[in-house]
Design a protein around this ligand. Structure first.
Ligand code: ZN
Length: 288
């Protein structure tokens, strides 16, 4: 059961979020046609948030082998079907399935089938209205599924619909349990990982006792709520991403190869900065 992260494109980005009201009657399936390593759901979310290279394009969900990102609410239209003001753009939910070469495509397809079944139920859409992008414009998309479209639809019919785990981006909410705090950030909350974090934050001989957990929680919350002690970062400023950084401010892991390097600040908010070269938000605490 994949996790759905709602990470909506700001309404001000009209090219990616046109904002016309929609009562969805169809679901349109796409492939990203991007087999590059790392071209996963999170990367496509960043792509849209960063203006999609100036293109007028936007869709509702991107699915990879591990997770699902939602970029638009399902009661607003997107630009993904290529049919102008036709039903593809104005009445269908657009789903991109990732094909990054470092991902498991079959698993991504299974996750998409699960999502589609859930959306069909929610919006009362029949399987005959689940269509490939090709249906609207003749485009060869989803390129990896057109040859097995009926099998793909069988997979939707047979998909197990289980309860939904949804999350929104971590907020600055105060948590009373270390496990809840970590889970909300998508961080491994196992004993071993808590032990590793405890060592990093100077808590010796971590055994998972209540007092150690409280101490660790306090240290972590202090660490990530820099807003109380704002550092001043300005767009254009060059900063180094600390080697101790673990996660982006949006919750995903930072690949180690990005650490210890210098980047340009594109935008700054109270607790985070947008690094231009990475198209990613990181906590101010994690740069210097
Ligand atoms: Zn397409």
């Amino acid at each position: 059961m994949p996790k759905i992260t709602k990470d909506f494109i700001p309404v001000s980005q009209k090219k990616q979020r046109p904002g016309f009201r929609m009562n969805p009657k169809y679901i349109t399936v796409h492939n990203t046609a991007n087999s590059n390593k790392g071209a996963d759901a999170e990367m496509h979310s960043r792509y849209l948030h960063n203006g999609a290279g100036g293109r007028t394009v936007g869709w509702h969900f991107t699915v990879d082998d591990k997770e699902i990102y939602q970029h638009l609410p399902t009661n607003e239209n997107g630009w993904h079907a290529g049919d102008g003001n036709g039903n593809g753009n104005m009445k269908s939910i657009g789903i991109e399935i990732c094909e990054n070469s470092d991902g498991d495509f079959d698993k991504a397809v299974k996750n998409a089938q699960w999502l589609i079944k859930k959306l069909m139920k929610k919006h009362n859409i029949s399987i005959s209205n689940v269509v490939p992008h090709k249906h609207w414009t003749g485009k060869n998309c989803p390129r990896l599924l057109l040859g097995m479209w009926e099998t793909f639809k069988d997979g939707i019919r047979n998909s197990k619909s289980t309860s939904i785990r949804e999350s929104t981006k971590p907020s600055s909410k105060k948590y009373h349990s270390i496990v809840d705090y970590l889970k909300a950030r998508g961080i491994d909350s196992s004993f071993n990982n808590r032990k590793r974090l405890a060592a990093k934050y100077g808590i010796k001989n971590y055994r998972g006792t209540a007092s150690q957990n409280v101490a660790l929680l306090n240290k972590l919350q202090r660490g990530s709520t820099v807003s109380s002690k704002p550092k001043s970062f300005k767009p254009g400023q060059r900063v180094t991403l600390k080697r101790s950084a673990v996660k982006y401010a949006t919750g995903q892991h930072i690949p180690p190869r990005y650490l210890g390097k210098t980047y340009t600040i594109q935008q700054a908010k109270s607790d985070r900065v947008l690094l231009k070269e990475l198209y990613s938000w990181v906590y101010k605490n994690d740069v210097q």
